[in-house]
Design a protein. Sequence first.
Length: 303
Amino acid sequence: MFSRILSSLVGIFAAFTLLIHTLTLGIFLYLLIIIRLLMPFQGARETVQLAIVEVARLWIGGVLWWMKHMQSIKWDIDCPIELNREGWYLITANHQSWADIFVLFEVFHRKIPLLKFFIKKEMAKVPVVGQAWWALDFPFMQRHSRAYLEKHPEKAGQDLEATRKACEKFSRSPTSVMNFLEGTRFTQTKHKEQQSPYRHLLKPKAGGIAYTIQALGNRFTALSNVTIVYPNGAPSFWDLMCGRLREVIVRIENQPIPSHFATGDYQNDAQFRKEVQQWVGSLWRAKDEMIEQALQHKQYPPQ
């Protein structure tokens, strides 16, 4: 009981510190956004954009410093792939918690270009952070239910169009594109509703990654496939704040991307669409088996 109260106090302090850290850098962020908007020349705007990216890296660096010095997390990371800040990276991972994002930062921060996530459009309203994502050219996606799309079929291609527009910007300079193929965080309820064929994963959505590959052509030579395992169960964001995240296993594999994927037509070619979906499905089956083996090895209950 006492340890639970103590960890909650730690969480309150950590949340307050994170808020101050975010607001402090947010002041510089807003100033840079205003300057960028006022700049008349593209070259000057790109210079300011580099400063905006550096503010984001400073924010991430502060969070990682806190995780390293204020928490006792046991990291088991296997990253055999070559990392280069001047390269283009297409990355995917299974998604269980907000903590996944900080795990990815731990693995890739300042080793490759800043990770660009596909963000739900509603998140643009989050103070400071939402504006930071906009300034960093993160693609915002509008998710519609199947019932809504049946009434408004003209909205069906919005996400794909957003992907195409975002990737046009990504093609101009080295970029790391991060896509959670499941589209949402794993829960047992969602797993049951989907009737997912995987033990520890939701069904992956191949459309977004297919359009990213098509838009950036041969910039990507491989998919960096990240598998994240929490042997004690997926933590909530509050668990992370409270220091209750004890162990993380990360496995990264480079999966070759078939060269013809860059020239296929996912939307209109049914055979090509099926091929991409089968490729993604094979990645997910291997990932599911990797999670199962990691959990059995640690002798913890399945997630």
